[in-house]
Design a protein around this ligand. Structure first.
Ligand SMILES: O=P(O)(O)OC[C@H]1O[C@H](OP(=O)(O)OP(=O)(O)O)[C@H](O)[C@@H]1O
Ligand code: HPA
Ligand SMILES: [Mg+2]
Length: 165
């Protein structure tokens, strides 16, 4: 499925803990966020967890699509823009949330819409890292992160070979 050399599978439990850790970190940076802008679709899941932890009720989406067939990045398309009411004063006090930043292209496009907003992701790869203000875990650029909503239970072959007798 992926051409990346390494894989980093994330369970629901781990994702919940990492998203909650991100909420803890964000709570120490600002008492109250005016709104959360989540980058669909991946940002919807951490945004729900963070909004619950921080008590944020105003949630907006920006709909960006880039990866096709899961692992190759195509042209970035903004399918839905941010409500203009939130764009005033460059987005000061607004929290942008995504599941991860990889090349940083998605983050770059959304940052340009809200230059003063705070950008948070659960995971980051080195190329995207400079575009993110707060994240929890960094993985190498040649690692593909498998999110729990893309995974299912399946048989795993044993690590060692079976011995006769
Ligand atoms: O840093 P980048 O190289 O731009 O990649 C990161 C983006 O790619 C994925 O979204 P994708 O466009 O695949 O859509 P999805 O969230 O709907 O899965 C991921 O959720 C990030 O938004
Ligand atoms: O490592 C990744 N995992 C899942 N989706 C992604 N979109 C860009 N990079 C990734
Ligand atoms: Mg996404």
């Amino acid at each position: 499925m992926s051409s990346a050399e390494k894989s980093f599978p994330v369970s629901w439990d781990q994702f919940h803990r990492d998203a909650r850790a991100l909420a803890w970190r964000l709570s120490s940076q600002r008492a109250e966020w005016k709104a959360i802008v989540c980058i669909t679709r991946g940002g919807l899941v951490p945004a729900a967890i963070i909004a619950r932890e921080l008590g944020t009720r105003l949630i907006e989406t920006v709909c960006v699509a880039s990866y096709h067939e899961y692992t190759s990045q195509g042209e970035l398309k903004v399918l839905k823009e941010i409500n203009p009411a939130l764009l005033a004063d460059g987005g000061e006090g607004i929290l942008i949330v995504d599941d991860l930043t990889d090349t940083g292209k998605t983050a770059g496009i959304v940052r340009a819409m809200l230059p003063k907003a705070h950008f948070a992701t659960v995971y980051a790869k080195p190329k995207g890292r400079p575009l993110v203000d707060t994240f929890i875990t960094e993985v190498s650029q040649d690692t593909w992160i498998y999110f729990p909503w893309d995974l299912g239970l399946s048989f795993q072959a044993p690590i060692g070979k079976e011995t006769a007798g």
